[in-house]
Design a protein around this ligand. Structure first.
Ligand SMILES: Nc1ncnc2c1ncn2[C@@H]1O[C@H](COP(=O)(O)OP(=O)(O)OP(=O)(O)O)[C@@H](O)[C@H]1O
Ligand SMILES: [Mg+2]
Length: 310
């Protein structure tokens, strides 16, 4: 099972949109996907219509017993096959306060996600987080195999990424004392518009990543443009890959962008010519080698310059 936490300390960078659409495209490919909304503003919870609404949500998932009955009572089904959600019902920000002083707070999500019920029923768990620093965000990162961080190419977002998100991830290094590995980071240039400013900032972000020698941190080759398809799909409450199949003009369709995002996160899927049909492979084996120590800075740089799958 793969656990992807979508994280950035800045608000409004596209976390919820990426979580929803990446989850949906994986589900359409046949993987069984569970989304978890840990944001107190429950945008992901409202993103797709529900087929079945569970009596409980993320508060009970995090704070109540770690048994199958409790876990099942928190899982709702969206109207889309293979796509479930634990919705956020923490409107008063209660969990954050309740767990603040608990010694096991870093394990809060990890300890739940190792339950066999989750492992047996899901191939991927995608966790949406609130755009700030906090105990729950830390716990969500500690639970992940991969942290995906969207960065909007505008000065404030880029600065916030370099200071805020990076600092937050550095702090996670303390977890190594508790044998919690720091998950690899994949940053994604997100909602890039056509301005010269956005191009310059994107180039700076790329340079920054090329100059960091930490093989655990990489910037994806793919860039998601600012495009109305994403807003439209969210208004219609449908996955963007089902909304925009083709796109005239320079950039690719939203469908192609989402498939390319999957390809880049799970490179071995590429050969299988995935076009959103059911194909029962084990997602875990399709993740790139997580021990990226053999990736030299040069390889990372070449990777960044390769261009997209288009
Ligand atoms: N590719 C895109 N192009 C243009 N607009 C987009 C794109 N993706 C998302 N948006 C819009 O940008 C806004 C912010 O997106 P989103 O809610 O996903 O960000 P967020 O990081 O989850 O925000 P928050 O921190 O408030 O939870 C939304 O209005 C969304 O519709
Ligand atoms: Mg959000």
């Amino acid at each position: 099972m793969v656990i992807i936490t979508v994280f950035s300390t800045k608000g409004g960078t596209g976390k919820t949109t990426v979580t929803a659409n990446l989850s949906a495209v994986l589900a359409d490919m046949g993987f069984r996907v569970l989304m978890i909304d840990t944001d107190v503003q429950p945008s992901l919870s409202k993103y797709f219509p529900l087929h079945y609404r569970a009596p409980n949500g993320v508060v009970e998932f995090l704070l109540e017993k770690n048994d199958e009955t409790t876990i099942r009572s928190t899982i709702s089904n969206t109207i889309y096959p293979n796509l479930d959600i634990i919705f956020s019902n923490d409107v008063s920000d209660d969990v954050q306060v309740k767990v603040q002083n608990r010694p096991d707070r870093a394990f809060l999500l990890r300890s739940k996600l190792v339950h066999p019920y989750i492992a047996e029923n899901y191939d991927a768990v995608l966790i949406d987080t609130q755009g700030s620093v906090g105990v729950i965000q830390d716990a969500a990162c500690f639970a992940a195999n991969l942290v995906l961080s969207p960065i909007m190419p505008e000065t404030l977002s880029a600065r916030e990424f370099i200071s805020g998100t990076q600092d937050a991830l550095e702090r996670l290094a303390h977890g190594s004392i508790m044998n919690l590995p720091i998950p690899p980071l994949r940053a994604l240039i997100y909602a890039r518009d056509r301005t010269k400013d956005a191009r310059m900032i994107s180039e700076q972000i790329r340079k920054y990543f090329n100059s960091t020698l930490d093989p655990n941190k990489r910037l994806l080759t793919l860039e998601i443009p600012s495009a109305k398809a994403y807003k439209e799909a969210s208004t219609l409450r449908i996955p963007v890959h089902c909304h925009e199949y083709t796109h005239s003009g320079k950039s690719s369709s939203a469908r192609r962008q989402m498939i390319n995002l999957v390809y880049e996160l799970f490179p071995s899927i590429e050969e299988q010519k995935v076009e959103c049909h059911l194909f029962g492979d084990n997602l875990e084996n399709l993740l790139p080698e997580e021990n990226t120590a053999n990736l030299s800075a040069e390889n990372i740089q070449n990777g960044a310059e390769d261009g997209s799958h288009e």
